[in-house]
Design a protein around this ligand. Structure first.
Ligand code: PHE
Length: 337
């Protein structure tokens, strides 16, 4: 038995040997049964011997079991070991996109001035995107905005501007009105400073006695807050947008060279191309026709509106030189903010 035990290489083989020798009908019991044919004297000596060797054999079996078990553990330890002192892999944590965070900042700045946020859909009707804004279909001003029309949807567009938010809000609210609307806008443009999708912030204030002075105060304060620079000045140049009268382009002094056109060491400022001013967006006094379109009395109410490029302001503030970096989702860029 001991010889076959030594050769057994797994637990099943040991079990077989154990049954063969020590089982109820095993060889050992055969010996015990044969004791009855011996004399009393012989029974005593052989019986004693048998008991001793049975205990020894049982111990040998248990010993073999535990040897096999520890050999199995050795195999696992060799093949499945791991170094628990190796530092773990840190999961990459994402964060909100620069533009999303910037939009939150804009909301806070206007919130402090009493403006609340209004919303409108990205896919607009021609009615809200153009008609109600005094841009009828035969009007040349429509050509100012290269429009994505939605195929098979009756006169629907990807909104070319956030200005339809003004109309939607005025239709469902009475003055006094102080809102901003922010979000995606779409035009068929594509170069270093234009992309087919970009973000705008729209502002609208309507009340009795709203004047250009209010417009200038709000926008100047806003730009000083955005660029965190209280020395920023604004400039308004006459321009044309069909839904305002008068209409203007809004410029602010360049936050990098502080309107000097060159940096403190005399190096020419490349952001404003040495002119000291940056164009930020459009603005104006809400056209009486637009007020009438939403059922307001244009003799009683006046208002101002403005529309700025959010991406452009973020690019100026964070010194980003290519618009597409904002939308390509390259982690080397995104994780910098
Ligand atoms: N909607 C205009 C544009 O996208 C900007 C603008 C808004 C101008 C409000 C005046 C008043 O070009």
């Amino acid at each position: 038995m001991l010889a076959s035990l030594a050769k057994a290489f797994d637990q099943a083989a040991v079990r077989e040997i154990e049954v063969e020798y020590l089982g109820r009908s095993g060889k050992f019991n055969d010996i015990m049964k044969s004791l009855k044919d011996l004399s009393d004297e012989e029974k005593r000596t052989v019986g004693k011997l048998a008991n001793v060797s049975k205990i020894e054999l049982e111990a040998a079996v248990q010993n073999k079991y535990s040897m096999l078990e520890s050999a199995a553990f050795d195999v696992i330890a060799d093949t499945e070991w791991m170094d628990v002192t190796v530092p773990g892999k840190k999961p990459e944590l994402g964060h909100r996109h620069l533009i999303s965070k910037f939009i939150d900042d804009l909301e806070v700045i206007f919130g402090r001035m009493g403006f609340s946020v209004a919303e409108g859909p990205d896919v607009e009707t021609e009615h809200y995107n153009f008609d109600q804004l005094n841009m009828p279909s035969d009007h040349p001003s429509r050509d100012m905005q290269d429009t994505f029309w939605i195929k098979n949807l009756n006169r629907m567009v990807l909104r070319t501007q956030t200005s339809p938010v003004q109309i939607r809000h005025m239709e469902s609210h009475e003055p006094p009105i102080r809102i901003i609307g922010m979000g995606k806008t779409f035009r068929k443009d594509n170069d270093a400073t234009h992309s087919p999708m970009f973000h705008q912030i729209e502002g609208l204030m309507v009340d009795t006695d709203v004047s250009i002075a209010n417009l200038k105060a709000v926008l100047t304060h806003f730009l000083q807050q955005v660029f965190e620079d209280s020395s920023i000045k604004t400039r308004f140049r006459t321009s044309y947008f069909p839904f305002v009268e008068p209409g203007m382009e809004v410029d602010c002094t360049c936050p990098i060279c502080h309107g000097e056109g060159k940096l403190s060491d005399g190096v020419p400022c490349t952001l404003c191309k040495q002119c000291g001013w940056l164009e930020i967006g459009g603005a104006g006094m809400v056209h009486p026709k637009v007020l009438e379109n939403v059922g307001y009395d244009s003799n009683k109410y006046t208002g101002f509106a403005f529309g700025f490029g959010i991406d452009r302001m973020a690019m100026i503030k964070y010194r980003i030189n290519h618009l597409r970096l904002l939308f390509e989702n390259d982690l080397r860029f995104i994780t910098q903010f």
